[in-house]
Design a protein around this ligand. Structure first.
Ligand code: GUN
Ligand code: ZN
Length: 587
């Protein structure tokens, strides 16, 4: 390495308080290098082998997707590189080597997106905090409900939560923190929507002249076909992302468009906004005439899905463990695919499961006798249960025809009309239910039996199912869940606890996405996804919260406040939305 050509090395940021800090480690957060002074010197002496005055890390304009984690590649006289992955991880100094054995001239080190990532400092957010601590099952949610009326949430410069507690107990170790005073408002974990349709962005008010199958045929397939136009799809991706920011949906399982250009637009807009997403193109290999533009050959169904996985799964960081962008394999529902598709999807999923790819579809939504979705599926495939078609048992008599699509990264929407064996199998495989009561009301699909579903032990999360659902806001889904379950007949009726509602819309969703270890509540070390809810801009509603009767019992009063908040929240109350401690912003 020719050291004489090194002109400047700038120590961008110093960080010494990392718990597992080892001399010689470089800490990388979201593409931003945080170097200790020691490491800086070591880089100078052992990599560059010179005493450099300035190390400048700046935005890379090269395609560095070929580089491995922590590695640099040498291009001519410039070392360029992008640190992929390693968010919240450590790269050994020894990993930071120019390709080609360390020869060549180093003039500068360039890191992707540095300016954006490094603009964060410690942030303190003040407000009334509600969240669910730990990792409770839905039946234990009430026991771990945390309410801190005069609370402080501190986000470290790596975007994780470093303090969640009383404002009065805030340690003084955050002298350079920026204080965001939201007092009078609330801080809640970001909402997680585990079932929403991107190509129905403009179709959530569709009159379909009937329930599910008629509505799909008359309204939805034609609406989704409009996404064949790239300009239309791009405009919809912007609108869809705006709706998500406006409603505080920080993470979502998104049923995507059949068209790859539309999916590209969706992932690009999501990444620009800084939101999380799991999405995949809707796969259809058969269907009625109105669905023709959405249908592909068997070969194309697999090829396009594989290409989407390779292009977008973990694309933002290069590692699905740290990424905000993920891909799911999404057969629309069993009536949209053939046994051949199921067989090939099983093979594809076997191939990509260990890369953290997701699986998403619909299950047991409409039970009109004889001609509805459930009976049509059972008749078509000659299976004992609808779930069997997703479980590799899609041949007549529920004979095994391929690999199961179930697992910890599988989310099935609706699950209204489930047999006990289906619930047991979902629980056993770690698959999750996306509960979509707004949509079930809109399409007359019935009510998912709350007590029976909970008793099965399956994880339950919340989905808007836009456009089957006509609400974008997850708390509106939670509100309708409360209403439909208190209305269930006889002993099945139940008054959901507000902590259960909160679980459904936050932590249960993170669990359904198999990322509960990363977000979903305000446990220390989690990535800081949260919404600021400020009722002051909506006087009529804030007056309700202020003046409502509260019990003398403090626990009940706490529950009443949370309930009032979840039932009352409207879009106008959501004033700020954060993912990994960064403000989400749609274009
Ligand atoms: N089943 C198959 N496709 C759909 C859809 O787009 N929405 C709903 N709610 N159910 C479906
Ligand atoms: Zn749906």
């Amino acid at each position: 390495m020719d050291l004489n050509t090194v002109r400047e090395v700038v120590l961008v940021r110093e960080r010494t308080e990392l718990p597992a800090w080892q001399p010689g480690d470089a800490f990388i957060a979201g593409g931003c290098w945080l170097l200790s002074a020691t490491v800086f010197q070591q880089i100078a002496s052992t990599i560059l082998q010179t005493t450099v005055e300035r190390l400048r890390l700046r935005q890379s304009d090269t395609d560095t997707s070929k580089f491995d984690t922590g590695a640099f590649g040498s291009t001519g006289t410039t070392v360029t590189g992008k640190v992929r992955d390693n968010r919240f991880g450590f790269a050994r100094l020894g990993d930071i080597q120019p390709a080609g054995g360390g020869t060549g001239s180093v003039t500068e080190l360039r890191i992707d997106d540095l300016d954006k990532e490094c603009s964060m400092a410690n942030q303190v957010h003040l407000g009334h905090i509600f969240h669910l601590a730990g990792s409770p099952k839905v039946t234990k949610a009430a026991a771990v409900l945390v309410s801190i009326p005069d609370g402080a949430l501190v986000i470290g410069d790596d975007g994780t939560i470093v303090y969640c507690g009383e404002r009065g107990d805030l340690p003084d170790e955050y002298p350079s923190a920026t204080v965001h005073d939201h007092r009078g408002g609330y801080l809640l974990p970001g909402f997680v929507d585990t079932h929403i349709h991107f190509p129905q962005t403009y179709a959530y008010d569709s009159y379909g002249g009937g329930p599910l199958l008629e509505w799909l045929n008359m309204c939805i397939f034609p609406s989704e076909s409009k996404f064949a136009d790239p300009e239309f799809a791009q405009q919809a991706a912007v609108e869809f992302t705006r709706r998500r920011v406006a409603t505080g949906t920080t993470a979502a399982m998104v049923f995507g468009s059949a068209f790859p250009h539309a999916q590209d637009a969706l992932f690009t807009e999501t990444q620009k906004a800084g939101l999380r997403i799991v999405a995949g193109r809707g796969i259809q290999t058969r269907g009625p005439d109105t669905a023709k533009p959405l249908i592909t050959s068997e070969e194309d169904a697999i090829r396009l899905t594989r290409e989407e996985i390779d292009k977008w799964h973990g694309a933002d960081t290069g590692d699905y463990n740290s990424a905000l962008l993920h891909v799911a394999i999404i057969p629309r529902f069993s009536l949209s695919v053939t046994t051949e598709t199921f067989k090939r999807l099983g093979e594809l999923y076997d191939d990509v499961r260990d890369r953290g790819v997701y699986l998403h579809s619909h299950l047991n939504e409409n039970n009109r006798p004889g001609t509805g979705e459930v009976d049509s599926t059972k008749q078509d495939f000659q299976v004992n249960s609808y779930l069997d078609t997703y479980d590799g048992k899609f041949l007549p008599g529920s004979k095994v025809g391929g690999s199961s699509l179930l697992g910890r990264r599988t989310i099935l929407a609706h699950c209204v009309h489930m047999q006990d064996v289906e619930l047991e199998r979902m629980a056993e495989t770690g698959s999750s239910v996306s509960h979509c009561p707004v949509s079930q009301l809109f399409l007359g699909s019935g009510t998912m039996p709350w007590k029976r579903t909970v008793a099965s032990g399956v994880n339950i999360s919340a989905g808007t199912d836009v456009g089957g659902g006509d609400e974008w806001l997850i708390p509106r889904v939670l509100g309708d869940a409360f209403k439909v379950h208190i209305t269930e007949p006889g002993d099945a009726g139940v008054s959901m606890h507000p902590a259960e509602m909160l679980l459904l819309g936050t932590l249960g969703g993170a669990r359904a996405l198999d990322m509960e270890n990363r977000f979903g509540n305000f446990d220390l070390g989690k990535e800081a996804d949260f919404v600021v809810v400020d009722p002051s801009g909506t006087p009529a509603l804030s007056a309700v919260l202020r003046n409502a009767v509260r019990a003398d019992d403090t626990e009940l009063a706490r529950d009443q406040t949370l309930f009032g908040l979840l039932m009352g929240i409207r879009e106008s109350w959501i004033t700020e939305v954060y993912v990994q401690g960064r403000r989400a912003k749609a274009s």
